[in-house]
Design a protein around this ligand. Sequence first.
Ligand code: RB5
Length: 148
Amino acid sequence: MKIALASDHAGYSLKEYLKSYLEKKFKVIDFGTSANTKADYPVITITAAQSVAAQECDMGIIICGTGIGSSIAANKVKGIRAALCHSTDFAVLSKKHNNANVLVLPGRFIAGCYAQEIVQVWLETQFEGGRHENRINQIKEYENRGLI
Ligand code: RB5
């Protein structure tokens, strides 16, 4: 599995922490940023999200300070279902119900070891399909045709 990993400056420390963990198990493509110095989240987020939408990466993990900016930006990319998760429960449900293909984390509000647990369960959990698939198809219909 190939994972797109990205953060702005506010998520940089957590990105590096998670990168060491992820690289032991997966191929990781790091879309930056590469230092603690200020880096605007939109370009970094959208570039990483586009790699998932284009199926160059299987999943994305994106971090900014609150996770809010990156969620907004990532969800502008067609085909992206980005979920901002503060807990393992949210991470599990974002996969089971929403088939999230991007996990967004709040770098300024979460400890590294807990973020790693969130990442682990998120990567392990499978989409349930069924009624949830119908709902995702409604989103796709809107993305593709602008109709609801
Ligand atoms: C950066 O200061 C901060 O605004 C950003 O990381 C993020 O929280 C935006 O939503």
